[in-house]
Design a protein around this ligand. Structure first.
Ligand SMILES: *Cc1c(COP(=O)(O)O)cnc(C)c1O
Length: 220
Protein backbone atom coordinates (compact mmCIF):
# COMPACT_ATOMS: atom_id res chain seq x y z
CA UNK A 1 0.00 0.00 0.00
CA UNK A 2 1.15 3.55 -0.67
CA UNK A 3 1.14 6.55 1.65
CA UNK A 4 -2.11 7.97 0.29
CA UNK A 5 -3.96 4.68 0.78
CA UNK A 6 -2.53 4.18 4.27
CA UNK A 7 -3.53 7.69 5.24
CA UNK A 8 -7.04 7.39 3.88
CA UNK A 9 -7.59 4.08 5.61
CA UNK A 10 -6.47 5.49 8.96
CA UNK A 11 -8.40 8.74 8.56
CA UNK A 12 -11.61 6.87 7.78
CA UNK A 13 -11.21 4.90 11.01
CA UNK A 14 -10.78 7.98 13.23
CA UNK A 15 -13.75 9.65 14.91
CA UNK A 16 -14.24 13.31 13.92
CA UNK A 17 -13.00 14.70 17.23
CA UNK A 18 -9.58 13.01 16.87
CA UNK A 19 -6.72 14.95 15.23
CA UNK A 20 -4.21 12.93 13.24
CA UNK A 21 -0.57 13.94 13.53
CA UNK A 22 1.30 12.22 10.69
CA UNK A 23 4.71 11.41 12.16
CA UNK A 24 7.19 12.01 9.34
CA UNK A 25 10.45 11.77 11.32
CA UNK A 26 13.35 10.35 9.25
CA UNK A 27 11.14 10.39 6.12
CA UNK A 28 12.07 12.38 2.99
CA UNK A 29 10.26 15.45 1.66
CA UNK A 30 8.70 13.42 -1.16
CA UNK A 31 6.89 11.18 1.32
CA UNK A 32 5.56 14.19 3.20
CA UNK A 33 4.34 15.75 -0.06
CA UNK A 34 2.54 12.54 -0.92
CA UNK A 35 0.63 12.81 2.35
CA UNK A 36 0.14 16.55 1.77
CA UNK A 37 -1.43 15.92 -1.63
CA UNK A 38 -3.75 13.44 0.04
CA UNK A 39 -4.96 16.30 2.25
CA UNK A 40 -2.82 15.86 5.37
CA UNK A 41 -1.66 19.16 6.93
CA UNK A 42 -0.46 18.20 10.42
CA UNK A 43 2.96 16.57 10.68
CA UNK A 44 5.09 15.53 13.64
CA UNK A 45 8.87 15.43 13.93
CA UNK A 46 11.08 14.50 16.86
CA UNK A 47 14.25 16.45 15.98
CA UNK A 48 14.11 20.24 15.93
CA UNK A 49 16.73 20.67 13.21
CA UNK A 50 15.05 18.17 10.87
CA UNK A 51 11.72 19.87 11.45
CA UNK A 52 13.18 23.31 10.71
CA UNK A 53 14.69 22.07 7.43
CA UNK A 54 11.41 20.49 6.38
CA UNK A 55 9.51 23.63 7.35
CA UNK A 56 11.79 25.72 5.10
CA UNK A 57 11.37 23.38 2.14
CA UNK A 58 7.65 22.62 2.27
CA UNK A 59 4.31 24.46 1.86
CA UNK A 60 3.66 26.97 4.61
CA UNK A 61 0.15 25.78 5.42
CA UNK A 62 1.61 22.71 7.12
CA UNK A 63 1.24 22.63 10.91
CA UNK A 64 4.43 21.31 12.47
CA UNK A 65 4.26 19.49 15.80
CA UNK A 66 7.37 18.78 17.86
CA UNK A 67 6.70 15.38 19.41
CA UNK A 68 10.21 14.51 20.66
CA UNK A 69 12.24 15.39 23.71
CA UNK A 70 13.13 19.10 23.54
CA UNK A 71 16.55 20.49 24.38
CA UNK A 72 16.32 24.00 25.72
CA UNK A 73 19.14 25.40 23.59
CA UNK A 74 17.32 24.39 20.38
CA UNK A 75 13.93 25.95 21.09
CA UNK A 76 14.96 29.08 19.16
CA UNK A 77 15.13 27.16 15.88
CA UNK A 78 11.44 26.22 15.98
CA UNK A 79 9.91 29.17 17.83
CA UNK A 80 9.08 31.12 14.63
CA UNK A 81 6.85 28.40 13.20
CA UNK A 82 6.09 25.40 15.45
CA UNK A 83 2.37 24.96 16.04
CA UNK A 84 2.36 22.56 19.01
CA UNK A 85 5.13 21.26 21.29
CA UNK A 86 4.00 17.93 22.78
CA UNK A 87 6.90 17.04 25.06
CA UNK A 88 7.20 19.78 27.68
CA UNK A 89 8.37 18.11 30.86
CA UNK A 90 9.83 20.86 33.04
CA UNK A 91 9.32 24.49 33.97
CA UNK A 92 12.72 25.73 32.75
CA UNK A 93 11.86 24.50 29.27
CA UNK A 94 8.50 26.24 29.40
CA UNK A 95 10.25 29.45 30.38
CA UNK A 96 12.65 29.18 27.43
CA UNK A 97 9.74 28.51 25.04
CA UNK A 98 8.01 31.60 26.41
CA UNK A 99 11.15 33.69 25.89
CA UNK A 100 11.66 32.53 22.31
CA UNK A 101 7.95 32.86 21.51
CA UNK A 102 8.10 36.45 22.69
CA UNK A 103 11.02 37.14 20.32
CA UNK A 104 8.92 35.76 17.47
CA UNK A 105 5.88 37.70 18.67
CA UNK A 106 3.89 34.53 18.97
CA UNK A 107 1.99 32.51 21.52
CA UNK A 108 3.13 28.90 21.35
CA UNK A 109 0.82 26.05 22.32
CA UNK A 110 2.37 23.31 24.44
CA UNK A 111 1.31 20.01 26.01
CA UNK A 112 2.69 18.80 29.32
CA UNK A 113 4.22 15.36 28.94
CA UNK A 114 3.10 13.12 31.77
CA UNK A 115 5.02 9.96 32.56
CA UNK A 116 2.57 7.09 32.35
CA UNK A 117 4.83 4.21 31.27
CA UNK A 118 6.42 1.88 33.76
CA UNK A 119 9.65 1.67 31.79
CA UNK A 120 12.38 4.15 32.72
CA UNK A 121 13.22 5.27 29.20
CA UNK A 122 10.19 7.52 28.73
CA UNK A 123 10.36 11.19 29.65
CA UNK A 124 7.65 13.05 31.48
CA UNK A 125 6.54 14.58 34.73
CA UNK A 126 4.23 13.36 37.45
CA UNK A 127 0.69 14.61 37.88
CA UNK A 128 1.87 16.51 40.96
CA UNK A 129 4.67 18.24 39.01
CA UNK A 130 2.19 19.26 36.31
CA UNK A 131 -0.34 20.53 38.79
CA UNK A 132 2.41 22.41 40.69
CA UNK A 133 3.44 24.23 37.52
CA UNK A 134 -0.10 25.11 36.43
CA UNK A 135 -0.96 26.49 39.86
CA UNK A 136 2.21 28.54 40.24
CA UNK A 137 2.37 32.29 39.90
CA UNK A 138 5.53 31.97 37.78
CA UNK A 139 3.55 30.02 35.21
CA UNK A 140 0.65 32.46 35.03
CA UNK A 141 3.17 35.18 34.19
CA UNK A 142 4.31 33.45 30.99
CA UNK A 143 2.36 35.41 28.42
CA UNK A 144 3.70 33.79 25.26
CA UNK A 145 2.85 30.19 25.91
CA UNK A 146 -0.45 28.40 26.30
CA UNK A 147 -0.79 24.92 27.78
CA UNK A 148 -3.53 23.19 25.81
CA UNK A 149 -3.38 19.68 27.27
CA UNK A 150 -1.28 16.64 28.01
CA UNK A 151 0.75 14.04 26.14
CA UNK A 152 1.89 10.59 27.13
CA UNK A 153 3.52 7.46 25.79
CA UNK A 154 2.57 3.99 26.97
CA UNK A 155 5.05 1.22 27.71
CA UNK A 156 6.30 -0.63 24.63
CA UNK A 157 4.56 -3.96 25.22
CA UNK A 158 1.99 -6.34 23.71
CA UNK A 159 0.04 -6.31 26.93
CA UNK A 160 -3.14 -4.35 26.10
CA UNK A 161 -4.24 -4.36 29.72
CA UNK A 162 -1.02 -2.61 30.71
CA UNK A 163 -1.29 -0.06 27.90
CA UNK A 164 -4.97 0.58 28.67
CA UNK A 165 -4.14 1.18 32.31
CA UNK A 166 -1.52 3.76 31.35
CA UNK A 167 -3.81 5.53 28.87
CA UNK A 168 -6.55 5.67 31.52
CA UNK A 169 -4.05 7.20 33.90
CA UNK A 170 -3.31 9.99 31.40
CA UNK A 171 -7.01 10.64 30.82
CA UNK A 172 -7.60 10.84 34.54
CA UNK A 173 -4.58 13.16 34.99
CA UNK A 174 -6.10 15.41 32.31
CA UNK A 175 -9.48 15.47 34.07
CA UNK A 176 -7.81 16.43 37.36
CA UNK A 177 -5.63 19.15 35.85
CA UNK A 178 -8.60 20.56 33.94
CA UNK A 179 -10.05 22.01 37.14
CA UNK A 180 -7.04 24.33 37.56
CA UNK A 181 -7.65 27.88 36.43
CA UNK A 182 -4.97 30.02 34.81
CA UNK A 183 -5.24 32.44 31.88
CA UNK A 184 -2.67 30.53 29.82
CA UNK A 185 -4.09 27.08 30.58
CA UNK A 186 -6.76 26.09 28.07
CA UNK A 187 -7.03 22.32 28.33
CA UNK A 188 -8.52 20.52 25.36
CA UNK A 189 -5.98 18.03 24.00
CA UNK A 190 -5.02 14.52 25.13
CA UNK A 191 -2.21 13.40 22.82
CA UNK A 192 -1.85 9.64 23.13
CA UNK A 193 -1.70 6.70 20.73
CA UNK A 194 0.76 5.64 18.01
CA UNK A 195 0.60 3.12 15.15
CA UNK A 196 0.48 0.11 17.46
CA UNK A 197 -1.98 1.36 20.04
CA UNK A 198 -4.08 4.24 18.72
CA UNK A 199 -7.48 2.47 18.62
CA UNK A 200 -7.07 1.64 22.31
CA UNK A 201 -5.89 5.20 23.03
CA UNK A 202 -9.05 6.61 21.42
CA UNK A 203 -11.21 4.24 23.49
CA UNK A 204 -9.44 5.62 26.55
CA UNK A 205 -10.16 9.27 25.64
CA UNK A 206 -7.41 10.38 23.28
CA UNK A 207 -8.29 13.18 20.86
CA UNK A 208 -4.90 13.45 19.16
CA UNK A 209 -2.99 10.47 17.78
CA UNK A 210 0.60 10.46 16.51
CA UNK A 211 0.96 7.91 13.75
CA UNK A 212 4.14 7.28 11.76
CA UNK A 213 4.95 3.80 10.52
CA UNK A 214 1.36 2.86 9.64
CA UNK A 215 1.33 5.80 7.20
CA UNK A 216 4.90 6.05 5.91
CA UNK A 217 6.13 2.48 6.46
CA UNK A 218 8.75 1.22 8.88
CA UNK A 219 11.69 3.48 9.73
CA UNK A 220 15.29 2.26 9.44
C1 LIG B 1 7.95 8.04 16.49
C2 LIG B 1 6.90 8.53 17.41
C3 LIG B 1 5.55 8.26 17.15
C4 LIG B 1 5.06 7.45 15.97
O1 LIG B 1 5.39 6.11 16.14
P1 LIG B 1 4.81 4.98 15.13
O2 LIG B 1 4.91 3.74 15.94
O3 LIG B 1 5.71 4.98 13.96
O4 LIG B 1 3.42 5.35 14.79
C5 LIG B 1 4.61 8.80 18.03
N1 LIG B 1 4.97 9.54 19.09
C6 LIG B 1 6.26 9.82 19.36
C7 LIG B 1 6.58 10.65 20.55
C8 LIG B 1 7.27 9.31 18.55
O5 LIG B 1 8.54 9.60 18.83
Amino acid sequence: MNIKDNLEKIKSSLPDHVTLVAVSKTKPLGDIMEAYHAGQRVFGENKIQDMAEKYEALPKDIEWHMIGHVQRNKVKYMAPFVSLIHGVDNYKLLKEIDKQAQKSERIIDCLLQIKIAEEDSKFGMTLDDASGILKSENFSELKNIRITGVMGMATFTDDDAQIGKEFNALKSAFEKLKTIEAPNFQPKTISMGMSGDYPLAIECGSNMVRIGSSIFGERN
